[in-house]
Design a protein around this ligand. Sequence first.
Ligand SMILES: CC(C)(COP(=O)(O)OP(=O)(O)OC[C@H]1O[C@@H](n2cnc3c(N)ncnc32)[C@H](O)[C@@H]1OP(=O)(O)O)[C@@H](O)C(=O)NCCC(=O)NCCS
Length: 245
Amino acid sequence: MSAPHEKSAVPPEDVFVFWTAVPTDLDVSDILSHLDAADRLRAARFHFAQDRAAFAVAHGLLRAGLDRVGGPHSWRFRQMPGGKPVLDGAHLPPLHFNLSHTRRLTAVAISRAGPLGVDVETIAGTRGHQDVAGLVFAPEEKALLQAAGGDRWDDVFFTLWTLKEAAVKATGQGLSADLPAFAFALDPPRLRTAGPDGSGEQDWSFHSSRVAGCRLAAALRAGPGTPAVFHLSEIPVAALSPASP
Ligand SMILES: CC(C)(COP(=O)(O)OP(=O)(O)OC[C@H]1O[C@@H](n2cnc3c(N)ncnc32)[C@H](O)[C@@H]1OP(=O)(O)O)[C@@H](O)C(=O)NCCC(=O)NCCS
């Protein structure tokens, strides 16, 4: 899928977005055995099996995606202030990444070009979302929702929400960012204001699509005029448990 700046003279940067659906009642012991001790400890803390499964699938998917883009490595991670995980180690390829998980779907975005954010949300009923929309959306976004009305309201809500969350995950601010202070336009998705960190609209590329009953958005903040091409592909859950050497 191409980015809004595809006619620019600058060659587009690749963003790889991998996704894996999470089956119900999935046995994740194989996937967990390929994660590191810290991730296995985090997985053990989940109360509900489906949340533990989604976590394991997401972190298995992250390693599988990094292997595909950067070649096989023993990937190590550290956290930035604010909690955003990044690669840790001068021996590792200079890749940016981000991940997101719901009980149904997990996604990972990877690129060499710059900081990334990705978000997936299950498209569910609108109960309570009117209140959330009032708190997190900019006036221009509320107008888009109002224009969507009835049948399209849910999809526009989750399209805008996942784009906003992907943007604040790219900057590392997370939900501590001032969400109503920046606004998206749709079709194609693009900023109509400065970004959440005050960056210019030209610094960003976005992708939004519907995958397995969920909304998925990815955001790349690569600097002025750097266009991006988003490559979306599935990695089946069976591919996350490679045979042990
Ligand atoms: C990061 C955040 C937006 C994730 O939202 P979510 O919808 O619950 O979860 P998602 O599944 O989409 O993403 C979770 C993943 O994002 C990544 N992540 C965590 N913190 C992040 C951050 N600040 N920026 C970008 N990515 C982050 C992690 O990989 C995490 O998965 P993991 O815990 O399994 O490793 C949200 O948890 C948040 O805002 N956290 C607080 C950040 C904050 O307030 N920091 C204070 C600044 S000092």
